[in-house]
Write a new protein. Sequence first.
Length: 620
Amino acid sequence: MSQVNIEDVKMAIEKRTNKLEELQQKDGSWRMCFEGAILTDCFYIITFTSFGKETDTVEKLKLQLLKKQRDDGSWAAYPGERNGNLSATVLAYAALRFSGVSAKELRTAERYISTNGGINKAHFMIRFMLAVHGMIPWPHFLKFPMTALLVPTTFPINFFQFSSYARIHFVPMLLLLNKKFKRISIHSVQLEHLLFEDEWDDLTDARSPFRTITNEWSRLARLPARLHRAGYRYAEQYMQERTESDGTLYSYASATFFMIYAYMALGYEENNPKIQRALKGIHGLVNENCNGIHVENSTSTVWDTALLSYALQQAGAPVKQNMIQSANHYLLQRQHVQKADWQIHQSTVEPGGWGFSDTNTNHPDNDDTAAALRALTRQARHDFTVKRAWKKGSDYLLAMQNKDGGWAAFEKDTDWWVLGKLPIENAEDAAIDPSTADLTGRVMEFLGTYASLKKDHSSIKKAVRWLFKHQQLNGSWYGRWGVCYLYGTWAALTGLAAVGVNTTEKHVKRAVNWLKAVQHDDGGWGESCRSAEVGTYVDLPISTVVQTAWAVDALIASGEQDSKEVQQGISFLLSEPLLQTSIDYPTGIGLPGQFYIRYDSYPHIFPLLALSHYRIKAKS
């Protein structure tokens, strides 16, 4: 195949750069849609109907939800999902019924739920929301006494061994479970006829590795009442201390919904300022430009702005250009300055990370921290203030490396395997926060390229070993936060290249060969969200712009810029495919099987990076 015309590449880069300049906000950020599961839409419908608020928004969400129903009565978690998604269908059905849609109008959905196992097979977060509103009963048992929150972190079994993401949801949910709180209203509908068996008692299974923990917590349930009251006070304080300026809990809508009801279970009145501020914060996440209307689980403003500033600089935008200066100024304002829960597992490092959303001040993550640092690196070379922020961020990021050599999403060493075996949905994905190939690779890419840490550095040696150990037999790596093996392989290969691992190394060659083998005839790449559910690569019939960019960028980093596969991939990106599906297919993951993400920013970021890296290699 003939070489790609480099002038075409330059023109595409210029066109994409100009478009991004138009989209930038006055404060320097880019505010693009972060479209997740229908869970937040449905929770909004139920909650705001219950409170009698924002009825116009509720109606718009209802209409959008009805449009998404499939012919078999189901709702899906992602386009093309086989046989629909039971959890999504249960939640959509319940939200629509709660907001006044008749059972007759939803007969096909009811039939789908009945034939696929009933409400008891839906995700536990959904069952909690239905129980709160009296649509199904609470379980009769008490597995998690509030005293469990009081166990010191020095004890072998304590609450902070759960991931930060799990903790922020579990605290209000455990409070609700212990109180058996119900908010019965004129909107409540009984759905017990779709609850076929009680599966709340899963944790009593004697075969469960979690049985030891439940036995210990059963003993806690027998402690004096004053200690249980102290547990409730701790939960209340826990939520208050982690509420952001917009009223949201950790800036997650999903956690904030449960916090509202937890406050009510503690006796707060509806008009309490904390509840009203939380409702206002959730309403502030309504975005009418998300392929229609959608309640974002949080904004993705820091993530989008960091990646876009970096991509534009890779494309040739000078650091002194106003577009980059204002973006980086925004990022500097969002660097975290206070110690938070992460210090429990890493007490020796000072704050310096970044979070995901615009309002996030106390829940930094390693991916956003690395992304922000990439964007700030060039400016840090000649600006002392930026250099100081960059140094704090780099020190923080390096200190967050897990004992096993990899990096996790949020905190250090919150990966106790027993919690990952909890017999609840997504325990392995949410209850713990282990090292992953995508996080490890992306952090390595930053440290190798911009902090000059190479493969002979002790931390990098451990990270390289971790990646080699966790490579799949076919040569790919699994990515936890993107779809899926294409994402993980891109992150791993770019990370290995950045720290100086030779492109002829056998692990690199195996990964390169795998990427070439799964390329489509049109020159692109595409992977189904189903990969995350079945634990193996599942090809998507179409090529997506984002996944093609990942594959091309990984191959370029591995010295394959002149290969026919890269030439075909670049041609695909230059052709700007007319299929909207190629751009709109979700390529991010929140929870496998439940929560997939479509980032509006990704079709801007990653093709621009791949094209820019190709142009750089073509010059050399």
